[in-house]
Write a protein that binds this ligand. Sequence first.
Ligand code: GLN
Ligand code: ZN
Length: 787
Amino acid sequence: LCQHQCRYSLHEGLLMTTTVSAFPTGTILGYPRIGRRRELKKAVEAFWAGRIDAAELEATAATLRNTTRERLAGLGLGRTDSSIPESFSFYDQVLDAAVTVGAIPARFADLVDADGHLDLAGYFTLARGAGENLPLEMTKWFDSNYHYLVPEIGPDTTFSLASDRIVREFAEAVAAGFLTRPVIVGPVTFLLLAKPSSDAPADFHPLDRLDDLLPVYATLIERLAAAGAQWVQLDEPGLVSESIDIPRDTALAALARSYETLGALENRPSLFVAAPYGSLDDALPVLAGTPVEAIGLDLVRGTVPADVPGLGDTVLVAGVIDGHNIWRGDLAAAFEKVGQLGALTDRIAVSSSTSLLHLPHDVTDESKLGADLPGWLAFADQKIGQVATLARGLAEGQAAIQAELDAATASLAARRVSPGVRDGAVRARLDSLTPADFSRGDYETRLAAQEAVLDLPPLPTTTIGSFPQTGEIRRARARLVSGELAPADYQELMRAEIGRVVQLQEDLGLDVLVHGEPERNDMVQYFAENLDGFTVTENGWVQSYGSRCTRPSILWGDVSRPAPITVEWSSYTQSLTEKPVKGMLTGPVTILAWSFVRDDQPLGETARQVALALRDEIGDLEAAGIQVVQVDEPALRELLPLKKKDHADYLDWSVGSFRLATAGVADATQIHTHLCYSEFGVVIDAIRNLDADVTSIEAARSKMEVVADLQASGFDHGIGPGVYDIHSPRVPGVAEVTELLERALESIPARQVWVNPDCGLKTRGYAETVDSLRNIVDATRAVRATL
Ligand code: GLN
Ligand code: ZN
């Protein structure tokens, strides 16, 4: 027996006759947890609403986990070879890791019992907050649309194995006849993603606590070994990202120390360290130099490494099946990549590049995709089929899977020439663009022209677009979709709603009005439904965070606008008021970011197609008498690539597509944009380059700090720093808004300043919306009087 196998000769005091299993030839890094019919979402929300108790929620979750295991086995993953990942979570895997290691922020100490345990209700409280206790912050998970909860770690955080849920879920699988592979966020990534707790000194970084955290991971791993786990997966995507603010050497040293330490444990399962979302680069040889038995490489985002010094017997797990996108893709090319690893080692396995968390469950759940599209697509279940195919090819040789490879190649070829995928008119228009199409005239000239037509007071007030989406609006839309309500009646109901929203804004005394977006189910899907080149799904739900799911549209072909989309709504709204009405569109980058996009051309090209469709829409709005048009780009920062070398190209096409969409208007037409955040960092120049006349941003929580940053960067156009944090039902008082405005005016001239909430009001109720907007208008009037 080799040393690796000897570790298992003594197992809970019994001489084991079995040897450790090899890494499975095919696996996935994780599977959607929300349930094929969003069972988990529904159960969790029922628990929050008090309709079911914790025991019932646990039972639903256990059933779901078991259904998932059976499903994965049915799709070709082995029942007892550690190929099925245990990747369930009630809310979020990073929150799970925090709860596992007992990293509960001090403000939630009351939730923990004498033994250090947190019950299910307490767990959700960390995610959702309670009264004055704000929840853990939420932020984007690498370059996906998933959002995780940010652990808070300080010098005094005490680490202990506070939850054995991971061990119990593994045991539950064993009891059901499965030998699965527990998955947990690795210690380095956990600390890299954490933020310092509020009481931490300025020079503290959570990674400083690594040595205190590792013993807890060690205990967990030993517990899993005792329960019979043969492989454990530790996710370390933190090592592929360059946007994490820690010196690289420090991160690499932490990686080495962690896996030296965990690798040295006597009783442990084999360790599989997965690094999805990018290439490990210099972290790969570091990891290879530790005792871990398998390393997962994302070969979709990253490339096959030329050489891995110190690799030895370590298994390389080739993440060649794209866990990010919904395309069936080029299976033969994927298999070839697997083969390329053969130059480095003969210990190779196949996997998805990331967890399949980002994909809907199953293409066969869709009935309205038409004849061709289903054959081009692969959702989570189809991706597992692809992994199983490649694994078989690896085990039995390419000939065994040649038919599958050929079928995928043929499908790809058919897709390439299918009508709709390439539209000659769209392409000709893109080819004829010149630099002038991307630029408006001089800003001062524009401003003068706009002031002349708009005639606004100083510090103009406006909102970001949506007004509360009431139950009545949602019900009307549901009845429209089910056919119970005729389109004309739906339109009447929405017009009535617009009428109320306009009247309300008039009564409140806002200066630039909106229509409130009642007719939109979602700011991206609404446009996808009205543009050629897109399709929407019936069941393609993907977890966004916690119980929230989105149903991204599929952008599969060249994009064009068959007919005006918003013009009728906006002109109707304008007909109701003397005040200027702001047209409301979603920008190209955000449309791409929140859809599944085609993989057969650069993103920039797709973005320019969307931009041209929007450019036409803006032109039609302008022709219909709309003087202000807002193009929302809340995802501009979100889509920023993880690697710095890719930033310049991204910023070039993303900013370019916004400019292409908006540069066709006359000087007198005012273009607004809205961005949903306040940390601009590397995108600050990009925001200036958008050249929007007015940019609204989130600023209330950060108390306007961002305004000074923007000003320092040379931003001299209009700016609307949010004065109302719409993420909470709290109503800001007049004094509070006044103070925020005064603070903004300390760093930026009054002529640049607009007054608005942080974001759209769609998730708010009417009561707090009306009170908040009234206070905003009152505060603005008071500050105006002092100018
Ligand atoms: N106009 C959109 C709204 O008000 C903007 C939302 C967003 O930026 N996320 O809802
Ligand atoms: Zn927003």
